[in-house]
Design a protein around this ligand. Structure first.
Ligand SMILES: *Cc1c(COP(=O)(O)O)cnc(C)c1O
Length: 391
């Protein structure tokens, strides 16, 4: 690697002077947490995506956990998700004492396959092991086929939590992801590698006021300060009640200020990611690889630019990775199939369970993609790829 050429990560945040001012304004204010900015950020996201309720928490992982609890997921229940996701999409069920199973992916989009889901539901109906919750994951910022999934949800009686950690600012059938037109709850992440950031942070949106209230209670110890909701007569105006077992999953005002400031640029950020992706599409056209395809009813937020090598071959995959890293290109794998993680193998999953996902895991590579990436950087990525692939 030429020392003059910086290492290009696969993703990174962009912070502006107005982001910095928004955070320092909170530092100078009376409240660092539980002040006025969290509700403003919640309102901002709810209005942006067109949903009634938004509940801010300290991570998407926390949002997935309280979403599962609010839907009543517990011991003996099943949650199904995609094996090609971050582990948090599955772990949320384990936190609730529930069981996890996976649905294989569609090889062209990398998203949960609706056909595989339907087949698995038909079988599960016969064995009495239907899922209580299904978590479609909007991989790379591309929405799953939510309308079809919601048909299946009605037919087989399960609830849907969208893991939209990659997909704030994306659209499906013209509506923003997060509107919950086809789901009970939708979850966003604001980790720095995602579309907009709070440093750490997450949000759950829902149209259902009861789910919203339940999640709001769970994010702060299961405590309510609203005396109209008290179970016992209030002994005085100082009172609060703990009515269920919750957590400290609160977002701080510092984080919310950063998120709210970034939210103002969401459309710009997504448009820039889409532009950078289309530059890759042109530059990569002659190389022996595929890009994941984006369904026509989707406008992706392009969280990731994933390429797939032509053949799933673990050794070749590894050598392409190592070659690119040596040339200063910070490629990543999103994701190694979750069911093959040691924790999930100990629960009984094994190689061969989800072959399409496993083949994806041995030929997918995420290229650098973030606002601020220059066309010269993209050309460098493509030259490095060409060099490594012809080696
Ligand atoms: C990042 C991510 C999460 C977890 O987000 P955090 O905010 O870091 O907890 C969950 N699911 C997916 C698909 C993710 O990419």
């Amino acid at each position: 690697m030429d020392p003059a050429e910086p290492f290009l990560p696969y993703g990174r945040q962009t912070i502006t002077e107005s982001d910095i001012k928004a955070v320092t304004d909170v530092l100078r204010s009376p409240y660092l947490t539980q002040g006025p900015v969290v509700p403003l950020f919640e309102r901002g996201v709810a209005e942006k995506v067109g949903c009634d309720h938004a509940i801010a928490v300290n991570s998407a992982t926390s949002a997935l956990h309280i979403a599962c609890l609010a839907l009543g997921l517990g011991p003996g229940d099943w949650l199904w998700t995609s094996p090609i996701t971050f582990v948090a999409s599955a772990n949320c069920a384990r936190y609730c004492g529930a069981n996890v199973d996976f649905v294989d992916i569609d090889p062209s989009t990398g998203l949960m396959s609706v056909d595989a889901l339907e087949q698995k539901l038909i079988q599960a109906e016969q064995t009495g092991l239907l899922p209580k919750v299904v978590v479609p994951v909007h991989l790379c910022g591309s929405s799953c086929s939510m309308q079809q999934i919601s048909f299946l949800a009605k037919r087989f009686g399960f609830a849907v939590i969208e893991d939209a950690s990659h997909a704030v600012g994306a659209r499906y059938q013209g509506e923003f992801v997060g509107s919950c037109t086809y789901s009970q709850i939708c979850v966003f992440s604001f980790h720095p590698v995602k579309i907009i950031t709070c440093a750490e942070g997450g949000m759950a949106t829902t149209k259902d006021p009861q789910l919203a209230q339940h999640m709001t209670d769970l994010r702060s110890h299961g405590i309510t300060k609203d005396d109209k909701r008290f179970e016992f007569p209030a002994p005085g105006p100082w009172s609060y009640e703990q009515q269920k077992l919750g957590f400290n999953y609160r977002m701080t005002d510092l984080q919310a200020a950063l998120g709210l400031s970034q939210l103002q640029r969401l459309d710009e950020i997504v448009a820039e990611r889409q532009r950078l992706f289309s530059v890759y599409e042109k530059l990569l056209v002659d190389l022996p690889l595929h890009l994941l395809s984006i369904p026509s009813e989707v406008s992706s937020s392009l969280h990731l630019a994933v390429i797939r090598l032509l053949n799933p071959d673990a050794r070749h995959h590894r050598s392409v990775f190592e070659g690119l890293r040596t040339l200063g290109i910070g490629v990543q794998l999103h994701y190694s199939p979750v069911h093959l993680q040691p924790y999930y193998q100990r629960l009984g999953f094994q190689v061969g369970d989800f072959p399409v996902a496993e083949s994806y895991g041995s030929n997918a590579i995420s290229l650098p993609l973030y606002p601020g990436l220059q066309e010269a950087d993209q050309m460098r990525v493509v030259r490095a790829l060409a060099q490594v692939l012809s080696a």
